[in-house]
Design a protein around this ligand. Structure first.
Ligand SMILES: [Zn+2]
Length: 166
């Protein structure tokens, strides 16, 4: 994806208040990110670990989603294997957790959320490219090419964004 500025990120959020977007903590290594390796920018708020964010590009502009994670580890048990709904990496020990995003518009005002199991570090782009290894668990045993995996991750991501905004 194209590199984003602080301002790009803070104005991209569609499901949180302007105040929240203004206060949120940006990733620490934000200036040195390898943007070419990212399908989306995802991170945990350094000042509020139960909060996570992802920013993706849609139609040439950044779209950001604020997420709430479940704190206190894996709700389904430490040894349970969970599958990330974006990159389809399987991980144990809380490496994948349920996160929820408030929906936009009227649905969000009524408290509707969309929940997805996601890599808790939101580094899906790096797992797909083999730039980061899951400590436990790993990829599905499959024979897709990198391009196919990237395309699938993006398709899953766009479906998630549509669900939040739809
Ligand atoms: Zn993932």
């Amino acid at each position: 994806m194209r590199p984003l500025t602080d301002q790009d990120i803070r104005t991209s959020f569609i499901n949180c208040s302007k105040g929240e977007a203004k206060r949120l903590g940006l990733p620490k290594d934000f200036a040195d990110l390898a943007w070419d390796d990212l399908d989306f920018l995802g991170w945990r708020d350094p000042g509020a670990p139960e909060r996570a964010y992802l920013v993706a590009e849609r139609g040439g502009r950044p779209v950001g989603i604020a997420l709430r994670g479940t704190s206190g580890g894996a709700p389904r048990g430490f040894t349970a294997r969970s599958l990330c709904s974006l990159c389809l990496t399987t991980r144990t020990g809380g490496g994948v957790a349920l996160m929820t995003a408030r929906r936009t518009g009227e649905a969000g005002k009524q408290g509707n959320t969309v929940g997805r199991y996601l890599c808790t570090d939101l580094a899906c782009s790096l797992y797909v490219r083999g730039k980061k290894q899951a400590a436990v668990g790993g990829d599905l045993d499959e024979s897709l090419t990198l391009d196919e995996k990237v395309a699938r991750t993006r398709a899953n991501l766009h479906a998630f964004l549509d669900k939040v905004a739809g």
